[in-house]
Design a protein around this ligand. Structure first.
Ligand code: CUA
Length: 319
């Protein structure tokens, strides 16, 4: 039932920032492994070397000097290694934050427990709002401005870059850039309450043409029902609780407590990565989201079977 197929890994960098972080990680790993080997070697040497008979005072002096020299060398090497880590870490941090030419900006708002994604003009023709899925053109840097109105969340798409917190009352930002088209999973990385674990999102990197096409389709208002079932479905949507929290552009539903559903059917998951977006999961989510993701704002909805079927048929048209 859970949304599958998208794995995340910091060890499989797919963008320039993740590649930098990976390089730092590999450097630290090998140096630390070498240090560990040297320490274990010294320990074994000290444990198993043959003890000589009681040394005279001359030998004792020599031994003392050798030990002092060994400890001083060890301390010196440690300082050099830590300093190298510091410099490398600092340079990676600077590179991640360095200004780039961004084609457009995205505002990402963390909610308990989902992600609101707003595409900001001016480079794009007008504003698009979606949820739990960030589309970007591959090969181009996109500035993501991070915001939270409730608690601290943290955006982490390990294949693409490092973590950045979303802090209420404070503006933070992050560059997202993917080398090649692909779908990259991200996860809230700061404990934010009961459903922190089910606060995932997908970054969909597309070709420039593919992205433009996606953006144009998102810009369009919602699909207009063409048959009696979907017409009934839209009626159900507008008369029951749905319209109190959600927006479907092109209808009177314009609330913003929950995700914008104008193009719900174009998204890969529902419930912020909790489930694959298909009819069965959507039905379960609408009727009783609390059993899937206890604590979410989405209330249970008591619908007659024909109303539920009509609503599902309508939602499936919202491509
Ligand atoms: Cu949002 Cu954890």
């Amino acid at each position: 039932m859970a949304a599958a197929g998208w794995l995340q890994s910091a060890l499989r960098p797919a963008g320039p920032d993740a590649t930098r972080i990976y390089g730092l990680w590999v450097f630290m790993l090998w140096i630390s492994a070498a240090v560990l080997l040297v320490v274990i070697g010294a320990l074994l040497y000290g444990t198993f070397r043959r003890r000589r008979s009681r040394p005279d005072s001359d030998q004792q002096h020599t031994r003392q000097r050798r030990m002092t020299r060994a400890v001083a060398t060890g301390a010196g090497v440690t300082v050099v290694i830590l300093f190298a880590f510091l410099v490398f870490d600092f340079s990676v941090g600077r590179a991640l934050g360095a200004p780039r030419r961004s084609g457009f900006e995205i505002e990402l708002v963390g909610h308990r427990w989902w992600w609101e994604v707003r595409y900001l003009a001016p480079a794009l023709p007008a504003r698009v709002t979606t949820a739990n899925e960030i589309h970007i053109p591959a090969g181009a840097p996109v500035l993501v401005r991070l915001k939270s109105n409730d608690v601290i969340h943290s955006l982490w798409v390990p294949d693409l870059t490092g973590k950045r917190d979303l802090i209420p009352g404070k503006r933070t930002s992050l560059w997202l850039q993917a080398d090649t088209p692909g779908v990259y999973r991200g996860q809230c990385a700061e404990f934010c309450g009961q459903q922190h674990a089910k606060m995932a999102l997908l970054v969909v990197a597309d070709t420039r043409a593919g992205f433009d096409q996606w953006y144009a389709s998102q810009l369009a208002p919602s699909a207009v029902p063409t048959d009696s079932v979907t017409m009934q479905g839209r009626q159900v949507f507008l008369t029951y609780a749905c319209a109190l929290c959600h927006t479907v552009r092109g209808t009177p539903a314009a609330a913003s407590l929950g995700p914008d559903l104008t193009h719900l059917a174009s998204r890969r998951t529902i419930g912020a990565g909790a489930l694959d977006n298909n009819r069965g999961n959507l039905a379960g989510w609408i009727l009783d989201a609390q059993s899937i993701k206890p604590g979410v704002d989405m209330p249970p909805n008591h619908l007659e079977p024909d109303e539920a079927q009509a609503l599902l048929a309508y939602l499936e048209t919202l491509k």
